[in-house]
Write a protein that binds this ligand. Structure first.
Ligand SMILES: [Zn+2]
Ligand SMILES: [Zn+2]
Ligand SMILES: [Zn+2]
Ligand SMILES: [Zn+2]
Length: 372
């Protein structure tokens, strides 16, 4: 006690009554030791908001008394304000007022200049980018408080921490009777980061879209990709062409089938009718016919004398003189007269073999003998 008195430049103790001095010291010590039960003064009641505003005219104070003011505040309204609830412990004691002891630093109100210094310190450490040390979640857009010890937490986390620990002290540095201020640095940082992410995603989407279109317009240099590019282009054009026609697929396919069949037949007939057949081929055809040993004209169903071999041709030629025989390129034999009659009766433009229905070239058997 005597030590405190000496430090505080005691003001003329003679002029103050002993009772006042002892009361002032009792009050001061009990407040220092937080012995609220011993203090029976009006300070126990929360002091009015007006009084606090007078004490700290520069800072906006949330005394916790006016619920309407708290309700009006939203996350979008990024106005910083001092949060600390003023209690009896925050006011100077009678002993301090009388100058019996020096004023405790922790009881001093913090002005804007001091707050700016605190903010510079905490911003240098970039703590608003780190997660809240109480809940380990990012500070994000949740309400954030900055303490006068330059540490920052979620407002809710700090309140819960104090509720459970039962005393008002910074969870990190244990500083008691700190001042707290609601700040929005983490919220602003979080919004910036989120906006950047959204912008990056959107820009990525645009670039990818542009690149896809670019790839459709400009052929790549790689030969494999280039081939693929042109194939896709061609199939695109074909698809668009097909889509632009309104057609019946079955009918179209049927038509195609018919046309193909016709053209195939035409080509086949064309080939057979105008194909040059050499002497050797004719001879082999005749041999084939003789070997088959079919000695009946399929048109008149009458027999003709077939030679035993190509060398017997001369003998049988005389026997068949009345009704000469004709050999077709399809290797079928008929009476010349029968075939001529058959051809006359044919309504088609092209004559076909009565047996195998293929176009043919014909040659009379007698010509073989003459040539030979
Ligand atoms: Zn937290
Ligand atoms: Zn701290
Ligand atoms: Zn015949
Ligand atoms: Zn035939």
């Amino acid at each position: 006690m005597s030590f405190n008195c000496q430090r505080a430049n005691l003001k003329k103790p003679d002029s103050i009554t002993k009772a006042l001095v002892s009361t002032a010291f009792q009050d001061h010590i009990s407040k220092q030791l937080e012995l609220d039960s011993l203090v029976n003064l009006n300070f126990k009641k929360p002091i009015s908001r007006n009084k606090i505003c007078k004490l700290d005219a520069k800072s906006k104070v949330d005394s916790g008394l006016s619920k309407n003011i708290v309700k009006k505040k939203t996350f979008n309204d990024e106005k910083e304000y001092v949060l600390t609830k003023a209690t009896a412990a925050d006011l100077p004691t009678l002993a301090e007022k009388l100058g019996l002891v020096g004023i405790d630093d922790s009881r001093k109100q913090i002005g804007e200049t001091e707050w700016n210094e605190i903010k510079i310190k905490y911003k240098n450490r970039q703590e608003f980018k780190e997660p809240c040390v109480i809940c380990k979640e990012p500070l994000g857009i949740n309400q954030q408080v900055l303490l006068s010890c330059t540490h920052t937490f979620h407002r809710n986390c700090l309140e819960m921490f104090e509720k459970h620990s039962g005393k008002k002290a910074c969870p990190m540095c244990r500083k008691e009777r700190y001042k707290a201020r609601v700040v929005y640095d983490a919220s602003r940082y979080h919004k910036n980061v989120s906006a950047s992410k959204i912008q990056a995603a959107w820009r990525g989407y645009l670039v990818r879209k542009w690149y896809k279109n670019y790839r459709k317009m400009v052929p790549p240099k790689n030969p494999i990709l280039r081939k693929k590019f042109f194939e896709e282009k061609l199939s695109d054009i074909t698809n668009r062409l097909i889509q632009s026609f309104n057609y019946d697929a079955d009918n179209l396919l049927e038509d195609i089938e018919k046309n193909l069949k016709k053209s195939r037949e035409t080509f086949k007939n064309f080939d057979e009718r105008y194909r040059h057949i050499s002497e050797e081929e004719w001879s082999s055809l005749l041999t084939k016919v003789i070997n088959r040993n079919h000695d009946e004209c399929s048109i008149c169903m009458n027999k003709y004398n077939l030679p035993c071999s190509i060398f017997d041709l001369e003998k049988c030629l005389d026997q068949n003189e009345a009704k000469p025989i004709v050999l077709l390129s399809c290797s079928h034999l008929f009476h010349s007269v029968c075939l001529n009659t058959f051809e006359e009766l044919n309504l088609d433009k092209i004559n076909v073999c009565p047996e195998c229905r293929s176009a043919y070239r014909k040659r009379e058997i007698s010509t073989f003998f003459n040539k030979n």
